[in-house]
Design a protein around this ligand. Structure first.
Ligand code: F6R
Length: 364
């Protein structure tokens, strides 16, 4: 049932404040301000390396997780798309934690990667939305997302719920490794608890996004830029736009622009820049300005402070609430999803059932 919404995708985008709160509830102890994972049969303090494997949108959660786990827990992380992991003969050693991420829990390549990890004696954890799925049954540690059924083929609410669980996993691992003081953990928990409301604030800008979607709908190519944990979000933005609007789009780490992609820039190419205020803001903006100097049609997604500082000479700005960098990838997922949604609606494509795609990819 789509309720008041025109498409399942729209409904699922709007459910995010509720389902992220619901998911966080299972992983946060509000009184102690601590993160808590379910009981597990292995000791997280023994984890020496982490291997994260997933496909598509879920793989971008893995990439963001790498930033978080390495920053908080100082444990090295490698991230692979499952179809590559299976066949590249990865170096797997005991003491390594294998993490799979999947909405359906049935994606053939991810499931095969999980089995490969288990055969090699890894401890395994799975961030999974369907609790009855094959992956949910086979992982050693099930970390459920509570996004509820996701019907739209393009993943939205599963993504933000996966990020919430990934943040909890990174925090718990950091504590187990002795890398986090109780005060630091409390601060992380406070930021995570702000996420649902920040998601609501982000959704409140839907009209602004709808109003500028027409400018993007006419484009043949669109580029997305982000830095640090917001770089995988640029990849997610590009994937979402491609999938449902059929416009060619690419995401880049903003510092990579001058190593090639800047050659694509002219006044026909919209550049969507994800730049929350924070330690990386100035760097991202300087990459953005290099592109503007070459005629790029910039859409700046930032908070009021960022827009005041860098919003000139853009074709549009989309204002997000000012949030801690930790939760920025969750919050900035909203405008990225809504932009793809409104562009697809403007183009009249089948938003919930894009051509050539299936919700669950059970063949490799
Ligand atoms: C993109 C999308 C896909 C899935 C991918 C993995 O919007 O939905 O890229 O993320 O097929 O699916 P799951 O998470 O079910 O393993």
């Amino acid at each position: 049932d789509k309720g008041n919404h025109r498409h399942f995708m729209q409904k699922e985008i709007y459910e995010q404040p509720v389902v992220v709160a619901q998911t966080l509830r299972s992983y946060l102890r509000p009184v102690e301000e601590q993160v808590a994972l379910p009981d597990m049969a292995f000791d997280l303090s023994t984890v020496e390396r982490v291997a994260i494997v997933a496909c598509g949108t879920a793989s971008y959660v893995g990439m963001i997780g790498k930033y978080w786990i390495e920053q908080f827990a100082r444990v090295p992380v490698e991230v692979d798309v499952a179809s590559e992991f299976r066949y590249r003969d990865p170096v797997l050693t005991p003491g390594q934690l294998g993490v799979v991420i999947s909405q359906s829990g049935e994606t053939a390549d991810t499931l095969a990667a999980l089995r490969h990890m288990k055969t090699h004696g890894l401890m395994t954890a799975g961030i999974i939305n369907v609790p009855t799925s094959s992956m949910a049954r086979e992982v050693d540690l099930l970390l459920s997302t509570h996004a509820g059924p996701e019907i739209g083929v393009a993943s939205t609410k599963a993504f933000t719920c996966q990020l919430a669980v990934m943040a909890a996993l990174a925090t718990n691992l950091a504590r187990a490794k002795g890398r986090l003081s109780p005060e630091e953990e409390q601060e992380i928990v406070r930021h995570l608890r702000e996420a649902p409301q920040a998601l609501s604030h982000a959704l409140a800008h839907d009209d602004d996004i709808q109003a500028m979607a027409g400018k993007i709908a006419a484009a043949r190519d669109v580029l997305y830029l982000g830095r640090g944990p917001d770089y995988p979000l640029a990849l997610e933005g590009a994937l979402k736009l491609k999938e449902i609007s059929y416009i060619h789009a690419e995401g880049y780490a903003s510092g990579e622009m001058k190593h090639g992609p800047i050659a694509l820039i002219d006044d026909q190419v919209p550049l969507i820049v994800l730049a929350p205020s924070g330690p990386l803001f100035d760097k991202t903006v300087s990459n953005m300005q290099e592109a503007q100097a070459r005629g790029a049609q910039v859409v700046l997604i930032s908070d009021a402070r960022g827009i005041a500082q860098a919003g000139e000479n853009t074709i549009a700005t989309i204002e997000m609430p000012e949030v801690h960098p930790l939760i920025a990838p969750l919050v900035y997922a909203v405008p990225v999803q809504l932009l793809a949604y409104h562009v697809a609606v403007a183009k009249g494509t089948d938003v919930d059932q894009p051509r050539n795609l299936a919700k669950s990819v059970t063949v490799e």
